[in-house]
Ligand binder design. Sequence first.
Ligand SMILES: N[C@@H](CCC(=O)N[C@@H](CS)C(=O)NCC(=O)O)C(=O)O
Length: 213
Amino acid sequence: MPVTLDLYGHPWSAPTREVRILCAELGVEHRFIEVKQAEAGDYLPEALNPACKVPMIDAGGFILGEAHAIVRYLAARHDPAGVWYPTAIESRSKVDQWLDWQALRLGRLAAELVRQRRFRPDAPDAAACAEAERLLGLILPELDMELKATPFVCGQHPTLADIAIFTSVDYLRLAGFDSGRFTSLGRWFDVCAARPAWAASAHPQESAQGSAE
Ligand SMILES: N[C@@H](CCC(=O)N[C@@H](CS)C(=O)NCC(=O)O)C(=O)O
């Protein structure tokens, strides 16, 4: 009998969205369990996930957190050809490089801008926003340059790296960040956003309930 997959997440959560996009691309059936935010008093039971963070999966009793660990696990299970997470060591390492770049650099800045501008719209911290925008101006040229050379972050086909980076770039869009000068990034974003599996997990824009990272 196939293992059932439960995905605990939140519709506004960019890391949750990574997992949803990959599941949709790979046709991985799962049950999405929406977890309310901590302040609503209905968060993940600590027994399941001591960090109380989403996303988290329960794959037939195997519990796993951290979006990048989850997408690597799902790719290992459901993408044996390595379309989304290449098997060739150099190609895989490039995907890892950009996954780290997203987690350690872009993701934090994008989450900060969304937190300020979407969830504190009446009282955004102007200094925090300006600093995030300054740092984004320093790192986004790296990505734009890569996307000038190839259609996707790591070559001719989207990978886990594109999925992760896309969720953050979409946060930037929601936060009103002007990325017009990054033309290759804009072209790449439109191509990714048009993929049905990616569009299907769009944020509930009309609602400002919940919180980003
Ligand atoms: N590094 C983690 C980040 C997880 C994370 O921060 N999730 C946020 C939602 S985007 C969360 O659960 N926030 C609720 C809280 O911290 O109580 C990952 O990539 O999975």
